[in-house]
Design a protein around this ligand. Structure first.
Ligand SMILES: C[S@@+](CC[C@H](N)C(=O)[O-])C[C@H]1O[C@@H](n2cnc3c(N)ncnc32)[C@H](O)[C@@H]1O
Ligand code: SF4
Length: 393
């Protein structure tokens, strides 16, 4: 009834104001679903990516800037705390494109002095990387898709780099951005054994910087690798073996001083990813570019609730839409208060620290975690088996 609606609307408004502190993180996933282009398709990958048919960098730049401006105005945000250029392969973009997008952010919202600006980078042969130019463009953190240090495995994965390219790219990134380089590495790969994985990870940790993201290979329907495994041409380790690989990776990383702060993420010397941390803390974010996702309050249209937004997947269609109406937003789903709390729980439980009562209160000032969870028999079962801890922290 009307009373309920008024109450919940007021509550939602309070929640979002108190949790956002009017800052937003801006996700410029120019690939991964956002710089949507790659040189070649990896055999395992079902991200939103395309092989470019022609050089459309000028129009991509124009549209990325335009959509950034539109979404910033719509959010009425006053400060951006981090930017992530993801992909696809955003290191294929021109450094001047990255610089121009960052200038758009600065022009239409403040970009904090200490903002984390990450670029996903695919390893390349020495001499052909543009890392230094990206640094001058405003990038201050590199995330490098090493995936493996075994050349045969890189071939099976369909990567267009070898282990030497990976090592050289990591070394160059470390020289340019010491302490702010992350590597992605994949386990559970075809033909991989626990012993070879342990050796490989050790080798990688002796050359890498302060942040590691572990990716357990997922066999995605529709990929070449999925078909090869189905036909029996390749086989992947069993779930039990993959679990052993995960456990041994945690042990090896810990021994080397990398603290696990999330299911798949490890950092040394406090080098945790601020940007990803913001997702797990359920902060607001804008998603710019083909297939990008966002979660923010479109205040410019008078809304007070957060929306889950998805941009159009296909780059040519997205470009046309941005040219015609200044954005390529394809789907808008208003998040209910319950929906938002579910996200706070699901994302927060990925973190080693879990969800503090203080953090929960930002989103739910009226009902604390004990009130919400302690009467649930499912929660009690999880507590009894030690899978969930509900205490005063
Ligand atoms: C979408 S990619 C973008 C970065 C860059 N294009 C690259 O490939 O290095 C981000 C990360 O997702 C991971 N990834 C992609 N597909 C995956 C899959 N099927 N299973 C596990 N990890 C995957 C890869 O490790 C990759 O580093
Ligand atoms: S894994 Fe990275 S480089 Fe390979 S196809 Fe996917 S997005 Fe492109």
């Amino acid at each position: 009834d009307a009373t309920t609606v008024t109450t919940s609307t007021t509550l939602t408004l309070t929640l979002i104001l108190s949790c956002s502190h009017t800052t937003l993180i801006l996700t410029l996933i120019l690939s991964c679903s956002q710089w949507p282009y790659c040189l070649k398709r990896c055999s395992y990958c079902n991200f939103n990516k395309y092989i470019p048919r022609s050089d459309n960098q000028d129009v991509m730049l124009e549209c990325l800037q335009r959509e950034t401006e539109t979404l910033l105005k719509l959010s009425q945000v006053s400060r951006i705390t981090s930017v992530f250029f993801g992909g696809g392969t955003p290191s294929l973009a021109r450094p001047s494109t990255i610089a121009a997008v960052l200038q758009t952010v600065t022009r239409h919202a403040g970009l904090s002095e200490e903002a984390e600006v990450t670029l996903e980078v695919n390893p390349t042969p020495v001499g052909s990387s543009k890392l230094e130019d990206f640094l001058h463009a405003g990038v201050n953190r590199f995330s490098i898709g090493v995936q493996s240090l075994r050349d045969d495995d890189l071939k099976v994965l369909g990567r267009d780099h070898n282990s030497q390219h990976a090592l050289q790219t990591v070394a160059e990134a470390r020289r340019l951005c010491p302490g702010r380089v992350s590597v992605d590495v994949m386990f559970g790969r075809p033909g991989q054994s626990v012993a070879s994985w342990e050796l490989e990870l050790d080798e990688l940790l002796s050359v890498c910087d302060d942040h590691v993201s572990l990716y357990q290979l997922t066999l995605e329907r529709g990929t070449q690798l999925f078909r090869q495994v189905q036909k029996g041409q390749l086989s992947v380790p069993s779930d039990d073996i993959t679990a052993v690989m995960y456990d041994s990776a945690r042990r090896i990383l810990q021994k080397r001083g990398y603290l696990q702060y999330e299911v798949s993420n490890f950092a040394r010397n406090g080098a945790i990813s601020q940007h990803n941390m913001s997702y797990w803390k359920a902060s607001q974010y804008l998603g710019v570019g083909p297939g990008a996702h966002g979660r923010f309050v479109p205040r410019g249209e008078g809304y007070v609730c957060r929306e889950a937004r998805t941009q159009t997947l296909e780059p040519d269609v997205w470009l046309r839409e941005v040219q015609q109406r200044s954005h390529g937003t394809r789907r808008r789903i208003p998040l209910t208060h319950l929906g938002l709390l579910e996200e706070v729980l699901v994302m927060g439980l990925r973190l080693t620290d879990g969800i503090t009562h203080q953090h929960w209160q930002l989103f739910s000032p009226r009902a604390d975690l004990y009130q919400i969870l302690s009467s649930s028999s499912e929660v009690q079962d999880l507590q009894q088996t030690g899978l969930l801890i509900l205490d005063d922290r």
